[in-house]
Design a protein around this ligand. Sequence first.
Ligand SMILES: [Cu+2]
Length: 260
Amino acid sequence: MFWALLFLAVPVLGVATFVVYPQVRGHWLPQDVSTHGVEIDRLFYFILALTGVVFVATEALLFWFMWKYDRANARGPASYVQGSHTLEVVWTIIPAATLLFLAIYQMNAWADVKMRRPLMDPTVEVIARQWEWRFRYPGRDGKLGTADDLFGSNDVHVPMDEDVLVQLKSMDVLHSFALPELRIKQDAVPGMKIPVWFKAIKPGQYEIVCMEHCGARHYAMKGRLTVEPRAEYEAWLERKYAEQEATQALPVAAATAAEE
Ligand SMILES: [Cu+2]
């Protein structure tokens, strides 16, 4: 009796916190500011509902059997059941069919995020490193890997309402480049250049977080993504070019002065 009620209390409290949380916070997931996020969220809620129904049904059955077959109510020795071939086939086929359905149902969302890459040069290269997000912009010539590349860390700007292509790398271990508000999460793998793309539709500052445990200061591996209209984005790039050129010019000027 006690155990039956305890096993009932756990799912009831679990589901209750599940329902109450969005009422308090207003939402489940962080605000979505991407074009593809709607589809991802729809999938998330669909799978949540599907697994939620199964969870509630399973827990209810568990409680019911514990309650009904409590030792205090036993009316004789328990009967031994050999197993049911039909039942086993049924409970194998139902989950298999459900998973197959999900695999087909999510194909389009997967293709949008992982396969339909925009045909363009990378907007920025993001290099994960214990424990920061370094970046490299192509510079005024629009090409990565040239002398005028712009370097920095933890402060990435991108233009709004445009396709953005990030070239993702890692300098040391596995990291995961995650933009929760853009519904983006991609592992950064040492030795690989991985393309990540999105289109942000709302200006603002969002988090860049590492979602793969990567060492002692993994929790501190945070950056900031600024989404802004193109004019502001270009103005920011200009300021950064000027700053970088100023710091580079100094040693050269000093060296020249020393020679004279
Ligand atoms: Cu990391």
